[in-house]
Each structure stands twice: as C-alpha cells, then as structure tokens.
Write a protein that binds this ligand. Structure first.
Ligand SMILES: [Zn+2]
Length: 331
C-alpha cells in the first residue's frame, strides 16, 4: 500500500496543505490559490478568486483560456474564468501521483492571464476587491476578505454555543444504538436461517448503532461513541448467539424427527419429544466448544468487520470534532 504525500508535493510547488480537507493553498503576488483533490478520478481543481480589469473582456479571456488548454495538453484539462474565479482543472498522466508539476503549471497560467487582463485579487464570497487571505472554515479552505471571515467566525461561534448548550440524551441515545444494532443482528439471523453468513452485518450493526445514538441522543460525545459502539456490539453478539441457538434447534429436532419416523418403531421405543427453543438456547455453550472451528470461521469475520468499522467510526468522530469549531487563517 502506498500513501500519496500531498503535503510534500504541494510544498515543492510553494504551497501549504490542509490535511483535514485535502486542500492545497498558497498566496502569491497577493492572489490566493486553493487546490482541491478528487482522488478517485485523479483530478485536481485549482482556483484563484480575482476580478479582471474590464469585465467585458470575460468572453475574450475564456476564448484564450480554451486555446491555452488545446495547446498545452500536458497537465491542464480545462481552464475557465467564471464567478470571479480562475478555475483550472489538471490531471497527471499515466499512474503519476506526483502533482507538483501540475500545480506549478496551473499556478503559472493563472498568474500569466491575471497579468494579461489586469486582474486583481478578490474575495471568494462577496467578490469585493480587497485584500484576501486563505482561511480554513470548518470543511473548506477559502480565499476570503476579513469581513467575510469575521461573519463566518461569529456564525460559527453561535453554532458552537448552541451545541454546547444542547444536552446529550443518553437514554434515548442508547435506544437509538439498540435499534441500530438490531438491524445488523436481524440481518445476521435471517441470513443464518438460509445457511449463509454475512460478515457485512458486523459493519452494518456498528454504523447503525453509532448513527442511531447520534440521531436519538441529539448529540455525540466521547462517552456517546463508547456507549453506542459497546451497545451495538453486545446486540450483535446476542444476535449471533440467537442464530446459533436456531441452528442447534433445527439440527436437533431434525435428527429427532428422523429417529422417530425411521427407528423408534423398529426398536420399539417411545417417540422422543422435540426440544424447545429455550432448551436449544441452553445447549449453545456445549455446541460452542464442539464447533469452535465453525464459529471461528463464520463468526470471527463478522466480529473483525465490526472492530474495523468501530475504529473507522472513532476516527470519523475525531475528524469531525477537529473540523467543527475550525475558523483559522492559514496564509
Ligand atoms: Zn468577502
């Protein structure tokens, strides 16, 4: 497995990198730049908010940008000036994952056309021609003027205040986690009745338990994360136990029925009564020790899936928490 080190690559192009939003950013000659990453499609979008000297030249500029794209197909895929922003999309050829050259080419192009058309830096939000800086605002990195930043900042402070005053409803949250955990457990039981084992049920009960708590509990704290993950896990284990009891119940009664129809008369013995489900439930521990290989094969994967998903849920919580109250100047 290899991990793309975007921070290094952006640094080589004179950019900073915000890990939380996977955005590169820079400020050159008063212009702010951001580069967002579409990793799945290997497409990178570079934006430079600016206003050209004569807005009537927009069409002319766009024609020139189109020409530029057709002439230099090396990295640039498209280039356009719209909504007071120069937008350049680039990709790297073949399996190249180093984007430094693409970032440099896109940046140079923006600066070149800015000079040609007498562009000046402008705010990404209000469009005013004022000094801008790069700010990280919750889930995005933007080039804003100080006014817009202050506006966002106070809105966010209000949101944080509201959230701090929302009380986490733990009992309702637990009910949510139980309901969520049940979805996974029920799927497990249904499939096990058909003789199938679905590992994905392990992941599903984890996710459903986590979001079930969040939904009904109104708020998610560290305590909530722990409670929801434990509750959903207990329910998944209970579901597994239940599905095993069903197996025991079916297997036992099947052999009893076979005995009764084929041999009891032959040996002149009274028919053996079927076992009840609660008896089967009690027989499970005995079967556990006898069928440990089956359990390891069928059930352990479900539990491993659960654990992997639980770790991912925890990581998601940490990430969201970091993003939540963010309002900082990056450059
Ligand atoms: Zn503004």
């Amino acid at each position: 497995m290899f991990v793309t080190n975007y921070a290094e690559q952006f640094k080589a192009a004179g950019y900073g990198y915000d890990d939380l939003t996977a955005t590169g950013y820079s400020k050159i000659n008063g212009f702010c730049f951001t580069v967002t990453i579409d990793a799945a499609n290997r497409l990178y979008t570079l934006r430079m908010p600016c206003r050209i000297y004569n807005e009537a030249d927009t069409e002319k500029l766009n024609k020139e940008l189109q020409l530029f794209v057709s002439q230099r197909r090396k990295y640039i895929r498209s280039a356009i000036y719209m909504k007071n922003t120069m937008v350049i999309v680039f990709s790297m050829p073949g399996i190249t994952v180093d984007i430094t050259a693409g970032v440099k080419e896109g940046t140079e192009a923006c600066l070149y056309y800015a000079k040609q058309y007498g562009a000046v830096s402008s705010c990404q939000k209000c469009g005013n021609i004022v000094e801008t800086d790069v700010y990280a605002m919750e889930k995005e990195v933007s080039a804003l003027c100080f006014n817009c930043f202050s506006g966002y900042h106070s809105k966010m402070a209000e949101k944080t205040y509201k959230e701090q005053n929302t009380i986490e409803n733990v009992p309702l949250g637990i009910i949510g986690a139980v309901l969520g955990g049940l979805t996974g457990a029920i799927i497990w039981i249904l499939f096990s009745l058909m003789g199938m084992v679905v590992f994905i049920a392990g992941a599903l009960s984890c996710i459903a338990g986590y979001f079930g708590y969040k939904l009904l509990g109104k708020k998610m704290s560290k305590k909530g994360v722990a409670i929801s993950l434990i509750v959903a896990f207990v329910i998944l284990i209970a579901g597994m136990y239940f599905s095993f009891a069903l197996r025991v119940y079916n297997a036992h009664n099947k052999s009893i029925d076979e005995w009764n129809t084929s041999y009891s008369e032959y040996y002149n013995e009274a028919p053996v009564p079927n076992i009840s489900f609660s008896e089967a439930f009690g027989l499970v521990p005995e079967y556990f020790s006898d069928n440990i290989d089956v359990i390891l094969h069928d059930y352990a994967f479900g539990i491993i899936m659960y654990i992997i998903t639980a770790v991912a849920c925890g990581a998601q919580y940490v990430r969201e928490n970091k993003l939540k109250s963010r309002a900082v100047r990056l450059m």
